[in-house]
Design a protein around this ligand. Structure first.
Ligand SMILES: *Cc1c(COP(=O)(O)O)cnc(C)c1O
Length: 493
């Protein structure tokens, strides 16, 4: 698949890679017919594609990082003892040094840490505030009978607002919730760094200080979803007064000092393909969490992982705090943003830490929300160039899973950039593919969901393109899927 790269504006330079290549992996190049067939077979849900059907994979930045030579060599010193492995000791010391939290509980990934924390602290009738819940976080809150509430600042919902910290919590609303309907019903407050659901936007240190003060006054513990904390710290260093000469690790300690604990998916800023942890200052809670850990994950010195994974995670957590790495990482996101900007393509601004979030409603203004513009765009980007992305909008966060949370007004398509994986020319290719889709945007039709599971439905839902408006054909094409959907008991959006 080759394209003529025309979108690169003269003044935009790609950030130089702070690494060189030692091992390569060939990438597949499916033909248009193969891509069309894959879409039909996969029910127009790109989670159902095989990797051989994908040319450039921007589905997620989670667990898709390239490990360094230091991480690979760490894998070779695995001490695979069930209990008391020396890899755990190193991992624990690294996390303690980076975060300052004394109790470190390893898990196989972030949602396992969420499961332990929420199943221990959250009960039916509880309310859990967050700046914005991530999909798995929200589902854990719902599964425990509680209500997730998003308290992010209003600017988060405006793709054009250039505010530097659009992941911030609306502190007044938090205070009112804790004083009012939430009194006695909020077991913890969470803040997600960076705000994945809202475009990977950062939270300021100042905002975290205010949230921490409000939580302390209400005697409610503050927990961080720290998946992308190093990227968040980079933005604080760049944008917040007085932070410019501090290291990522120093800023990190200032962040963590404000909280009672955190959940982590090391598949993000841990630069590993699998791993996570839960940290807390609360010794009594840590004992309870370890009991649950043994039931669900494994003994506290491995937590659902091979010990070599812990060693690689310790190295990755440190590498993710290095400035040359972060400059290139955030620089790649900005490079892609500049290429898209030159084509007048609408996306969430300013660009966040781990990817570009296209504004699907402005990209496809002729499609109403019910016509699933985000999914329609995901499908067209794949059809055009084999680039896999994901909808972050009405399908991922709609109210079909019984939540009391109202659907949010954002309809985004995330282009998540895996860490240390793709080069500048890959990003140029992606920009060209999206520009081509943009040029034929008026011909793009909407989609309909024909199978909708109850929870986390974006992973397994199935879709169909809406029929073209030709009257006779349209009547037949639209009657069939509706019947099929009803007989399966699903709820089309
Ligand atoms: C990825 C992610 C999680 C869940 O982590 P997994 O390792 O995928 O289970 C939780 N919160 C946020 C913000 C995430 O991005």
């Amino acid at each position: 698949m080759s394209v003529h790269v025309s979108v690169r504006p003269r003044e935009v330079r790609a950030p130089p890679e702070p690494y060189k290549v030692k091992v390569v992996e060939a990438i597949p190049d499916p033909s248009l017919e193969q891509r069309e067939a894959a879409l039909v077979r996969g029910g127009f849900n790109l989670f159902n594609l095989t990797s051989d059907e994908v040319h450039i994979d921007l589905l997620t930045d989670s667990g898709t990082s390239a490990m360094s030579d230091r991480q690979w060599s760490a894998m070779m010193v695995g001490d695979e003892s069930y209990a008391g492995s020396r890899n755990f000791a190193r991992f624990e010391a690294t996390v303690q040094t980076l975060t300052g939290f004394p109790h470190v509980i390893p898990t196989h990934q972030g949602r396992a840490a969420e499961n332990l924390l929420f199943s221990t602290l959250v009960r039916a009738g509880h309310i859990v505030p967050n700046n914005m819940h991530f999909d798995t976080t929200r589902t854990h809150v719902l599964r425990n009978g509680a209500t997730p509430v998003n308290l992010v600042v209003r600017a988060a919902y405006d793709c054009d607002d250039p505010a530097p910290f659009k992941g911030n919590v609306d502190v007044d609303r938090l205070e009112r919730l804790l004083d009012g309907e939430g009194r006695g019903k909020v077991p913890l407050v969470m803040v997600t760094l960076t705000n994945n659901t809202g475009g990977g936007q950062p939270v300021s240190l100042r905002n975290l200080e205010e949230v921490s003060t409000v939580c302390r006054a209400a005697s409610v513990p503050l927990y961080l979803d720290m998946c992308r904390w190093a990227e968040n710290a980079y933005f604080i260093r760049e944008r917040e007064r007085g932070q410019g000469s501090r290291s990522i690790r120093e800023i990190g300690r200032s962040i963590f000092d404000l909280a009672e604990g955190a959940t982590m998916s090391a598949k993000k800023d841990g630069l590993v393909n699998i791993g996570g942890f839960l940290v807390t200052r609360d010794a009594a809670l840590a004992d309870k969490l370890r009991e649950a850990l043994i039931v669900f994950e494994g003994f506290p010195t491995y937590g659902g992982l091979a010990r070599r994974d812990l060693e690689a995670m310790a190295v990755g957590l440190e590498e993710a705090t290095e400035l040359p790495y972060l400059e290139h990482r955030i620089g790649q996101v900005r490079y892609l943003a500049a290429l898209l900007d030159a084509e007048g393509i609408p996306f969430m601004r300013p660009p966040g830490g781990h990817g570009i979030y296209l504004d699907a409603r402005r990209f496809l203004p002729h499609l109403g929300r019910k016509e699933l513009p985000g999914q329609a765009l995901v499908v067209e980007i794949y059809r055009e160039g084999g680039v896999r992305t994901v909808e972050v909008g009405g399908i991922m966060f709609g109210d079909a899973d019984g939540g009391t949370e109202i659907s949010e007004p954002l309809e985004l398509v995330r282009l998540a950039i895996p860490r240390r994986v793709y080069s500048a020319s890959h990003l140029e290719f992606v920009a060209e593919v999206i520009a081509k889709v943009h040029r034929r945007r008026n011909e793009i039709r909407g989609m309909r969901m024909v199978h909708a599971p109850e929870h986390l439905r974006h992973f397994t839902a199935r879709f169909e393109p809406l029929a073209p408006p030709a009257p006779a054909e349209g009547a037949v094409a639209s009657a069939r899927p509706r019947r099929a959907a009803r007989s399966r008991g699903s709820r089309p959006a």
